[in-house]
Design a protein around this ligand. Structure first.
Ligand SMILES: [Zn+2]
Length: 306
């Protein structure tokens, strides 16, 4: 049985926010793998996978240590809030490593980083498409001094699409994986599931990947299997709306598009055409906003570059 622990974070009203997590300690020494989910509190398929991983993990099969925090952002979970911490509407996955005296989200990130991420040998952060977001399963790792190991983790996790995020002009700064890998901890973000749906297929995909990666890292007994072919992408282009509008994507996620090809259209609330959104480069649509309601600067499409 794992040890049940609680991370306490001071809330603005003087109370403490309590975040449950689990520690599995094997009888033999080995690496320390940290598994987190629910950085975005409505990405239920990834949260469910972390919960199931805990429920089904036999501590006798652990070599070293596995820490699992299934719902990092408990405030967003209870609020059913996509992307942000509802207290200050900031995205926790842009705030790492955090600050002890910054915004509430900065403070939250600081406590999670200092107590859960720091000191790990490997980090995996499970995500899914949030409530307004359709998504094709993929993993992300960062350009860093430990990127060879991060890529090996992504390959062992086994999702077909793997995106390397470049350090220069980084699309996503302050994420768990970017911050961990910058401090020498090989790390990946794995995405499976979409639209805030608790989807058993997406949960299973996360679980299979997590167990195989844990075996590959030598923190779980058993042989890792060779996973099928993967596609490696060299960075992203995240397309955003210049003005608010009614958004209609032209393709399902997973679509392969050529530069100049239509990705979707924006209309106003009268139904009149505002603009076409076209692909600036060749790429694959790995996620896109599926909700028609898009505000100015809202994300439309995440295009992984060929
Ligand atoms: Zn997420």
């Amino acid at each position: 049985m794992p040890t049940r622990k609680v991370l306490s974070i001071p809330a603005p009203d003087g109370t403490q926010i309590s975040i449950p997590y689990f520690e599995f300690v094997g009888s033999d020494p080995g690496p320390h793998l940290t598994v987190i989910a629910g950085i975005h509190g409505a990405e239920y398929s990834s949260i469910a996978a972390a919960r199931k991983f805990v429920a089904e993990l036999d501590e006798n099969q652990v070599i070293g240590r596995i820490t699992v925090m299934p719902i990092v952002n408990v405030l967003a979970f209870w609020a059913r809030a996509p992307f942000v911490i509802p207290v200050d509407q900031q995205n926790l996955n842009r705030a790492f490593p955090g600050k002890p005296d910054g915004s509430f989200t900065d403070i939250y990130a600081f406590h999670v980083f200092e107590n859960i991420i720091k000191g790990s040998d490997y980090l995996i952060d499970l995500h899914a498409g949030d409530i307004p977001e359709a998504l094709e399963p993929f993993t992300i790792f960062e350009e860093s001094a430990v990127e060879a190991m991060s890529l090996a983790m992504a390959k062992a996790f086994g999702l077909k699409h793997i995106v390397r995020q470049r350090a220069a002009g980084m699309v996503v700064a302050g994420s768990t994986s970017a911050t961990a890998s910058a401090t020498g901890i090989p790390a990946i973000i794995a995405e499976s599931g979409e639209n805030g749906i608790l989807d058993p297929v997406a949960v299973e995909r996360h679980l299979v990947g997590l167990r195989n990666m844990a075996r590959f890292l030598g923190v779980l007994s058993g042989e890792a299997i060779e996973v099928g072919e993967t596609i490696l992408y060299d960075g992203w282009n995240w397309l955003r709306a210049e003005q608010p509008g009614w958004w209609e994507p032209a393709h399902p996620t997973g679509a392969v598009v050529k530069s100049g090809e239509l990705l979707g259209t924006m209309k106003d609330l009268w139904g009149d055409h505002l603009c076409d959104i076209t692909a600036p480069q060749d790429g694959t649509v790995l996620f896109q906003t599926s909700s028609p309601a898009v505000i100015a600067n809202g994300i439309l499409v995440g295009l992984a570059l060929h």
